[in-house]
Design a protein around this ligand. Structure first.
Ligand code: ADP
Ligand code: MG
Length: 140
């Protein structure tokens, strides 16, 4: 299995409730290494570009409003099989369906306010990392 990088976001519902440390602890316990990290506050337009793939979905406006409602922490995680590893520790999108021990089971408030984002494939990981970070900011 190759070393991969993936984009992770700690969403506004989690930064608001002071959960950054607990979420990072769970990511690191899953052997994911943080190689870049920053706290930012997206505009509605910036959130819209990030989630453009969901533009046709009924929850798109709500999602962009939520993601620009407060600070987020964007981070790049590195590990063998990092994309799948991160998705596994995140848990299912809907916290009602998330497995015990996952971040979303522990912290998500709803299917929308679900505490974390993770890239879903190699192509999206590369594009999402490039949206938030310059090459010089990735320190593995
Ligand atoms: P994931 O984040 O697990 O990859 P998706 O890519 O399908 O899930 O959706 C992106 C984000 O959009 C979700 O994490 C969640 O914040 C929001 N979302 C997804 N489905 C819904 C829904 N039915 N209602 C409201 N928000 C949703
Ligand atoms: Mg997704």
């Amino acid at each position: 299995m190759a070393i991969e990088r993936t984009l992770s976001i700690i969403k506004p519902d989690a930064t608001k409730r002071n959960l950054n440390g607990r979420i990072v602890t769970m990511l690191e316990a899953a052997s994911l290494r943080i190689v870049a990290q920053k706290r930012i506050h997206l505009t509605m337009a910036q959130a819209g570009v990030f989630y453009a793939v969901h533009k046709a979905r009924p929850f798109y406006d709500e999602l962009c409003e939520f993601m620009s409602s407060g600070p987020i922490v964007v981070q790049v995680l590195e590990a063998e099989d990092a994309i799948a590893k991160n998705r596994a520790v995140m848990g299912a999108t809907n916290p009602d369906q998330a497995a015990p021990g996952t971040i979303r089971k522990a912290f998500a408030l709803s299917i929308g306010e679900n505490s974390v984002h993770g890239s879903d494939g190699a192509d999206t990981a590369a594009a999402e990392i490039g949206y938030f970070f310059a090459g010089l900011e990735l320190v593995g």
